[in-house]
Design a protein around this ligand. Structure first.
Ligand code: ASP
Length: 322
């Protein structure tokens, strides 16, 4: 048996996972189906197949992360990979040159997969053009966070049984959110209706061109929605003042029981984390075990990253024999 035959192959035409925008509905469905498969493994004591045995995965994070870095690490370890974590102090980054230097250093180490988070939009794509391995985007600036949108989608699909036809409201700091962008691409590709709700200062004018409905008040925006997806105020990406005060922001845009009453009775509450309790979300709704899917999102994060590692590395033996 040749190396290529030992691995399953999937109908996925990308070498890297840089964004949801470039994925077709079939490719998204494939990743969601494989995520479901791994979610079941993760709930039992049965070890997942060691499909990454002998492979090296490097986590290269130029920005803070808790859930994404840990779950990529756990996902890679569960599939048998050797994992190295490299955290780069934000203050030591000089865009461009240092990123390309990093690529040269990484090439010399011969990793098989590189997972990268970077504060600049487009930086992960640039890196993917310079390194000789599979690259996955762990979040680049306000651009994309593809595995977050996939884990949100698998959480919704498991709870609601579908994505098609659902009404999803993405609320808050849409302007600075890579989570919002990746979710908009994914949900629309899969046939959901997307609304964004936020103050005019935090909703970019390009939203309507994406086919998204824009609302500037929670009551009308949340009417009849199936999913309420809250976003963190991304203070670290704001230059200048976008909201009068956190207290006032909570009053108008923070999700509490009262505002939630406009949504469907069975609407699901989501948040990618980290949460600013009392700023964009009230603890009473965040911790409502009947309606909040926030912990399940974290659980699905590991399964989704296992699925992405599997699907993207299945072509490695072929690529490496070229
Ligand atoms: N963890 C998500 C991200 O990295 C959301 C957030 O930070 O607010 O984009």
């Amino acid at each position: 048996m040749t190396a290529a035959q030992k691995f399953p192959t999937f109908d996925f035409r990308h070498q890297h996972l840089l964004g949801i925008e470039e994925l077709s509905a079939d490719e998204i469905s494939l990743l969601l189906d494989r995520s479901d498969h791994y979610a079941e493994f993760n709930r039992t004591d049965v070890r997942a197949p060691q499909i990454l045995k002998g492979r090296t995965v490097i986590n290269l994070f130029f920005e803070n992360s808790t859930r994404t870095r840990t779950s990529f690490e756990l996902a890679a370890v569960r599939l048998g990979a050797d994992v190295i974590n490299m955290t780069v102090e934000h203050s030591s980054i000089k865009k461009g040159e240092s990123l390309l230097d990093t690529a040269l250093t990484l090439n010399a180490m011969h990793p098989n997969v590189l997972i990268c988070r970077h504060p600049e939009s487009g930086a992960v794509k640039l890196l993917s053009q310079k390194v000789r391995c599979v690259v996955m985007n762990g979040g680049d600036g306000a651009h994309e966070h593809p595995t977050q949108a996939l884990l949100d989608a698998v959480t919704i699909r498991r709870r609601k049984g579908r994505l098609q036809g659902l009404i999803v409201a993405i609320c808050g700091d849409v302007m600075h959110s890579r989570v919002a962008r990746s979710n908009i691409y994914l949900l629309q590709t899969m046939g959901a209706r997307v609304r964004v709700i936020g103050p005019p200062t935090l909703v970019p004018g390009t939203m309507e061109q994406l086919g998204v409905e824009v609302f500037h008040d929670m009551e009308s925006g949340l009417k009849d929605v199936d999913i309420v997806m809250m976003l963190r105020l991304q203070l670290e990406r704001m230059q200048g003042s976008y909201v009068p005060s956190e207290r006032e922001y909570f009053r108008y845009f923070g999700l509490d029981k009262q505002k939630l009453s406009s949504a469907r009775e069975d609407a699901l509450i989501m948040h990618p984390g980290p949460m600013n309790r009392g700023v964009e979300i009230d603890s009473e709704v965040a911790d409502d075990i009947g309606r909040s899917a926030i912990q399940e999102q974290v659980e699905m994060g590991v399964a989704v990253r296992m699925a992405c590692l599997e699907v993207l590395t299945c072509n490695l033996p072929i690529l490496e024999t070229r």
